[in-house]
Write a new protein. Structure first.
Length: 523
């Protein structure tokens, strides 16, 4: 499964730790403790901007004795930024082609109409900042609102992996509502955190809310256009101290148009959100170093999550190892219009830890998976674990030409068994033998699905079709290969499904008032 450690989700922010042979040295002005019960230190900033000022930093020709307000008078080091409190309309611009070892951690907040903007200026490569493992975050934003950060190159590379190491850390503690934080077009790479979730792991981008006195959340957190490579343990993650016992979910969280490659563990994990949207992301290679449970894209302790238009491939191993996951403590997760292929653990995990108390886990209720395409995913295409309820899986296209896929569907216990799962209008096609594994006494409902190939045993479906679906290019590696030929018997052979999403994988409308086609494409 993919359980989230509650103790890990409740720890305080870890930032700016200097590591020496003598031990851990506290740097002035930075929060550097992550243990329960420790007071969050107040940063020792020594100057405040007048607002609506643009500051320039140039690692090659700058001078910290200058005022920083023109390119010719640019500062040289990041120290000037790290000791400042900025305000509405301020811009912090780093010269393209510059490089620093250390961290970037400005203080302050912008406003709705005048955010603080951190960006680059001039031609050349994105400005590079690498904490070199000397600090637990390279870019750190704490207790702030209305900040946009763009076009930076962030690394945190070291010779020995460190728990809780991150590239970008957004941290809000007893802050209330943090509004409008945007991370745009960042290159985050070579972050050498631990690959063990239980010791704190690590991440390319981590967005967290902490504290126990003031309900705290994000409202308007956007992570877009970023490129993550070789980040450990995870890619883009969230944590939250305000989960089910003290429900105060983050709102308007959007994670979109990001590319993730060679991620040590989990790919994208929103936590403690209501209405999060994860869309148009590409993940190539996840769980490449972690040995514990990890999956590609999945919410935890979230309501009304929308996961759509993503492509996940190359998840390694079968301790989960699925491309997608509707995890426990979630209600009304919709996974639609996604492409999944060559994930060793399978396409989709749907799970619920039934041993958890109602105070900490609302279960897994109302998951919808529709108009997705899975090609050559491994082990079990669908894995349902625990007492998930009201799960609806329809109009998906599943093709397995890879003999590592042993089971079409596995349904087993995790403090209970699934309750009320329906599969309808799906295409299940295989070139090899695939099983169907049910642990204990369970009932799954199958209506009007296509089963083409050797399924032993095959689920009971009174209206099943078993003829060749006539894909455009069976065995191909693109989603378009699994459109239906004009002579396909699956065209307009499906059953009507209420509230069906209105469109198919390619954007074509689903027929109204007449039979749809079976599978992810309407013809």
């Amino acid at each position: 499964m993919s359980p989230v450690s509650k103790s890990a989700a409740s720890v305080l922010a870890v930032i700016a730790l200097a590591i020496t042979a003598a031990g851990i040295i506290r740097l002035p002005g930075r929060a550097d403790v992550e243990q329960v019960g420790t007071e969050f230190p107040v940063p020792l900033y020594n100057w405040t901007s007048r607002n609506n000022v643009t500051y320039f930093v140039d690692s090659q020709s700058g001078n910290d004795s200058s005022n920083g307000k023109t390119p010719a008078a640019a500062w040289r080091t990041l120290n000037k930024v790290d000791t400042g409190i900025f305000g509405p309309g301020d811009h912090i611009l780093l010269r393209s082609g510059s490089a620093w070892n250390g961290y970037l951690a400005p203080g302050g907040s912008g406003s709705n109409k005048a955010p603080i903007v951190i960006d680059r200026y001039g031609a050349g490569p994105k400005p590079k900042i690498d904490a070199k493992g000397q600090y637990l975050a390279t870019l750190y934003i704490s207790n702030s609102s209305y900040i946009t950060i763009k076009n930076l190159d962030i690394a945190n590379q070291c010779t020995v992996r460190q728990p809780k190491l991150t590239g970008v850390k957004i941290s809000e503690m007893n802050f209330g509502t943090s509004k409008s934080i945007t991370l745009d077009s960042l290159d985050v790479h070579d972050v050498d955190g631990s690959d063990v979730k239980a010791d704190g792991g690590g991440a390319g981008i981590s967005c967290s809310v902490y504290g126990a006195t003031v309900p705290t959340r994000f409202d308007g957190l956007v992570i877009q256009g970023c490129h993550l490579q070789r980040t450990d343990r995870d890619g883009i993650t969230m944590t939250g101290a305000w989960e089910r016992e003290n429900w105060y979910p983050s709102l308007h969280v959007i994670i979109q148009h990001n590319t993730l490659e060679d991620i040590g563990g989990d790919g994208i994990v929103p936590i403690a959100c209501d209405g999060a949207v994860v869309q148009y992301n590409t993940l190539r290679g996840g769980r490449t170093r972690a040995k514990d449970y990890a999956a590609g894209i999945w919410p935890w302790s979230c309501d009304n999550t929308l996961v759509q238009f993503n492509e996940v491939s190359g998840m390694v191993g079968t301790n989960d190892g699925e491309g997608y996951d509707a995890d426990f403590n979630c209600r009304n997760t919709t996974i639609q219009y996604n492409f999944s292929h060559d994930n060793q653990g399978g396409f989709l995990l749907i799970c619920d830890d039934g041993s958890q108390s109602a105070a900490t886990n609302v279960g897994n209720i109302g998951t919808i998976a529709r108009y997705n395409i899975s090609v050559d995913d491994g082990l079990h295409t669908f894995h349902i674990a625990g007492p998930c309820s009201k799960t609806h899986v329809y109009n998906n296209t599943i093709y397995s030409g890879d003999s590592s896929a042993d089971f079409l569907i596995s349904s087993d216990g995790w403090g209970g068994h699934q309750q009320g799962t329906t599969f309808e209008n799906n295409i299940f096609a295989t070139t090899h033998k695939m099983g169907f594994s049910i642990d204990g006494v369970q009932t799954l409902t199958f209506l009007n699905n296509e089963f083409y190939g050797n399924f032993d045993p095959r689920p009971s479906d009174p209206a099943a079709l078993t003829t060749d679906p006539l894909f455009k290019n069976k065995g191909g590696k693109s989603a378009a290969d699994y459109t239906l030929q004009k002579t396909s018997p699956l065209r307009n052979a499906g059953k009507l499904v209420p509230n069906n999403g209105g469109r198919d994988f390619s954007g074509k409308p689903v027929p109204v008032g007449k039979q749809p086609s079976i599978g992810a494409f309407q013809e």
